[in-house]
Design a binder for this molecule. Structure first.
Ligand SMILES: NC(=O)c1ccc[n+]([C@@H]2O[C@H](COP(=O)([O-])OP(=O)(O)OC[C@H]3O[C@@H](n4cnc5c(N)ncnc54)[C@H](O)[C@@H]3O)[C@@H](O)[C@H]2O)c1
Ligand SMILES: O=c1ccn([C@@H]2O[C@H](COP(=O)(O)OP(=O)(O)O[C@H]3O[C@H](CO)[C@@H](O)[C@H](O)[C@H]3O)[C@@H](O)[C@H]2O)c(=O)[nH]1
Length: 328
């Protein structure tokens, strides 16, 4: 019996692989290496390079490895790119997820974990967002993910597949043991960019918008340590396996930090100065979005261990230094 991790060579998927192996589970990774790296995949996992849209390959893997759960991370995830190339996003995120679900049904895989996103909400108010907030994604990326949530709900109703759709807020940090981290080329993520900047891999960086209606004028997000995010997946998997039904839940800490606060913590944690300029707002960015994760905690008993911005920065920095040693 094993768990199929799609996108397991990526930032978050590679941490899922570690989390599953740490629990003694068998893991099969399917990744086309479009944005991921095989050096991020733990050697104890069985890695197959291929596309989730290759239904014959997926069907063979499900059978050969007696897969009882799919953790589906593979996706395209650049919001601005999704505006320019919506069909790429509806193909890779929505259509290929549809194909994957169909193969899973045919193979009688009972449990499905899906990487959703806070981007399904669009503009949020000042208060932490609950799962029943209006779903108004601002981008094709957000819509491509929301459509997958809808498919899972319909398929579950019709065919009994049990699923968890976890809506991640801002994922950051790296494995505390230094086994993986964010390695993506040309990342758009704030903490990753700040780490590349302190280490001189970028000449400087910008704060996108200093005129938001927030205490210091910069945008507020809920940054969650990737290891806590993975713990949420384990809690969700246990929930599904216990037959408790489906789960659609936010994963964040329920408190926000501004861009300036994050960059101050990066300077403190690394002991290095950041070359930062103030720039205009980035199109489509909400002023503030923070998770209410009460439902996930109450339903699954999930308790975060790294709700600490300096720890997130320290772990991200350690990984960025490791990448530097690999000439990356
Ligand atoms: N990083 C975040 O802050 C964040 C926030 C919300 C949701 N998510 C979701 O989490 C998931 C993982 O994101 P990540 O940050 O690890 O991104 P990533 O780009 O590091 O990982 C995605 C992985 O999927 C692989 N992949 C893409 N398309 C594929 C395909 N058709 N077939 C096989 N493999 C394919 C890539 O090679 C890569 O290894 C995504 O579904 C993303 O939408 C991420
Ligand atoms: O060089 C930079 C990069 C980012 N930011 C700001 O930092 C904040 C966080 O940005 P980023 O790390 O790009 O995350 P988000 O845009 O909040 O989006 C993330 O969080 C979403 C869920 O909320 C996911 O869906 C997305 O995939 C993921 O990129 C935003 O206010 C950005 O404007 C800067 O000021 N300068």
């Amino acid at each position: 019996m094993s768990v199929l991790v799609t996108g397991g060579a990526g930032y978050i998927g590679s941490h899922m692989v570690l989390g599953l192996l740490d629990r003694g589970e068998e893991v099969v990774v399917l990744d086309n290496l479009s944005t991921g790296f095989d050096f991020c995949i733990a050697s104890q996992a069985h890695f197959v390079q291929g596309d989730i849209g290759d239904t014959a390959l997926v069907a063979r893997l499900l059978k050969e490895h007696k897969v009882t759960a799919i953790a589906h991370f593979a996706a395209s995830l650049l919001v601005a790119e999704s505006v320019r190339e919506p069909l790429t996003y509806y193909a890779n995120n929505t259509a290929r997820t549809r194909d994957l679900i169909e193969v899973a049904l045919r193979a009688d895989v009972p449990h499905f974990l899906f990487s959703s996103t806070a981007a399904v909400y669009g503009m949020a108010g000042d208060k932490p967002v609950q799962e029943n907030a209006p779903l108004n994604p601002l981008s094709p990326y957000g819509r491509s993910k929301l459509m997958s949530e809808h498919m899972l709900a319909d398929v579950s109703e019709a065919h009994g597949l049990a699923y968890a759709a976890l809506r991640y807020f801002n994922v950051a940090g790296a494995d505390p043991q230094g086994r993986s981290g964010e390695s993506t080329f040309n990342s758009t993520h704030l903490v990753k960019i700040a780490m590349e900047t302190v280490l001189g891999k970028r000449p400087g960086m910008q704060i996108f918008g200093t005129d938001y209606p927030t205490p210091d004028g910069t945008a507020i997000r809920d940054y969650i340590h990737v290891t806590d995010l993975i713990a949420a997946h384990m809690a969700a998997l246990d929930y599904l396996r216990a037959g408790k039904g489906n789960l659609t839940a936010n994963v964040g800490y329920g408190r926000g930090f501004s861009v300036r606060q994050v960059l101050d913590v990066v300077e403190q944690a690394t002991g290095l100065p950041l070359n930062v300029a103030e720039g205009p707002r980035r199109a489509g960015d909400p002023a503030s979005i923070v998770a209410d994760s009460g439902y996930l905690r109450q339903a699954t008993g999930w308790e975060p261990q790294y709700d600490d911005l300096p720890a997130i920065a320290e772990h991200a920095f350690a990984w960025e230094q490791y990448l530097s040693r690999r000439n990356r």
